[in-house]
Design a protein around this ligand. Structure first.
Ligand code: IMP
Length: 427
């Protein structure tokens, strides 16, 4: 019966990979439900350091079945590369299943992602360029190619021919680029089919079975709630639903199964790509956070924009997800600041508000109202007991709980699996 969701509470990169790797020791299944290889989940455990883009971070635990759900868009080359690397480093990948309903990121999607970004000029979204948006567009337009289509190449060919006629018209007539070869793309599908076939299944049955057998199913979010297609800072969003609702649709499970919903939050704020970020620090403090935390994208290597913790955005995220607990990460990054600030309200057009606006032009005008508290000047990195936290660090944690209006379940104090303080139960 119980499913436990782990959801990004901010703009992604909250450290969900480490959290899921840690929590998966108590799980039977870990299922990814949205996004594609725009995600980059870093995991460091006794097998070494891994950067996962598609394979769920539960793969390192032998009892865990890993699922890539229908809500994910799959670049098969990236997935096969990850599978090869994991195998090469001694990880058993026979427990990995990919939904036959998941859509494929095709070569034209990656091309169009770059061309569409170029055409947006100043208004570019700063996508990861992995073809994720265009793949979801085709899904909704009902011209997507699904993982399961690889299992029937004869049926796939005429569909691909139809879709590629449209894509090539777009490439040549709108973007004045050379067309893609249907035969080459089809050959690529044939190669993918041979290698991916053993991993393909109707995974919603496996998820349902696990839930009805009272197994513990961990729902692995990707990206963050403020990048959600509906609840994020539209149009500066991703094209899927990283909020908890996405888990139900993206895996084929009833929301009634989701018992706990943990929001993962960094102790400060980062964002990669374009779009408003009210607490962004464009000064030496922002630079200091980026340097200490090595805030560069795991997928694209781009420097992340850094700022103080945005309590208004966090509270909004907790509201749309109804988080039952918060998992705080990277507290140690703030170990050496004389004081730390938390945004507790916005000031916009001469008024103060605690609401996160839906209109990005309003959000762009919002100025943070901060509560400032003393720093702790003591290392918290690697701590595993709440009682060892310096008093000021604990005060900071309690302040975050107050502004998010949600209790903590865990505090991550470093990138390694064991660097974790359990505050309350989650799984
Ligand atoms: P897309 O998902 O590649 O289309 O990118 C849309 C926006 O979401 C861009 O601002 C990206 O930087 C951002 N984005 C997508 N995936 C991630 C992620 O995993 N972490 C952080 N930002 C992301």
């Amino acid at each position: 019966m119980p499913a436990y969701a782990v959801i990004g509470g901010q703009w992604g990169d909250e450290g969900k990979g480490k959290v899921v790797d840690y929590l998966a020791q108590r799980a039977d299944m870990v299922a990814r439900f949205s996004g594609g290889n725009n995600a980059g989940h870093t995991v460091i455990n006794e097998l070494g350091e891994f950067k996962l883009h598609l394979v769920p971070a539960g793969i390192f635990w032998p009892q865990v079945t890993c699922i890539i759900g229908n809500g994910v868009v799959v670049d098969v080359d990236v997935l096969l590369g990850e599978i090869d690397e994991l195998r090469g480093r001694g990880v058993d990948v026979s427990r990995l299943w990919v939904s036959d309903r998941a859509h494929l990121i095709m070569p034209y999607h990656t091309l169009l992602d770059a061309l569409e970004e170029g055409a947006r000029g100043q208004g570019a979204l700063g996508t990861t360029g992995r073809g994720v948006g265009p793949a979801y567009v085709d899904k909704v337009a009902r011209i997507g190619i699904r993982v399961g289509d690889l299992l029937d190449l004869d049926r796939l060919y005429p569909r691909l021919e139809y879709v590629m006629r449209q894509k090539n018209a777009l490439l040549t007539k709108v973007y004045e680029r050379p067309p893609l070869s249907l035969e080459e793309v089809f050959e690529q599908c044939r190669r993918w089919a041979t290698r991916l076939a053993p991993f393909i299944g109707q995974v919603e049955y496996a998820v349902q079975k696990a839930l009805h057998e009272d197994k513990r199913v961990l729902l692995e979010g990707a990206q963050g709630s403020l990048l959600d297609l509906d609840y994020g800072t539209y149009p500066y969003v991703t094209s899927s639903h990283p909020t908890v609702g996405g888990a139900a649709i993206g895996l084929g499970l009833s929301p009634r199964h989701i018992q706990e919903i943990a929001g993962v939050f960094k102790a400060y704020t980062t964002r990669v790509g374009s779009g408003p970020l009210p607490t962004e620090l464009k000064d030496s403090v922002g630079e200091q956070i980026r340097k200490i935390a090595r805030e560069f994208g795991a997928t694209t290597g781009r420097p992340r924009r850094c700022g103080w913790f945005d309590g208004v955005a966090a509270h909004y995220s907790a509201t749309v997800n109804d988080f039952t607990s918060v998992i705080l990460t990277r507290l140690d990054v703030l170990d050496n600041f004389p004081s730390v600030k938390v945004c507790v309200a916005y000031e916009v057009d001469g008024k103060e508000t605690d609401q996160f606006p839906s209109d990005v032009s309003v959000l762009e005008r919002c100025r943070p109202v901060y509560k400032e508290i003393p720093g702790w000047h003591l290392p918290t990195a690697g701590m595993t007991r709440l009682e060892d936290l310096p008093e000021e660090a604990l005060a900071y944690v309690r302040l975050l709980e107050k502004v998010i209006a949600c209790p903590m379940s865990f505090i991550s104090t470093g990138p390694h699996r064991h660097e974790m303080i359990q505050v309350n139960n989650f799984l």
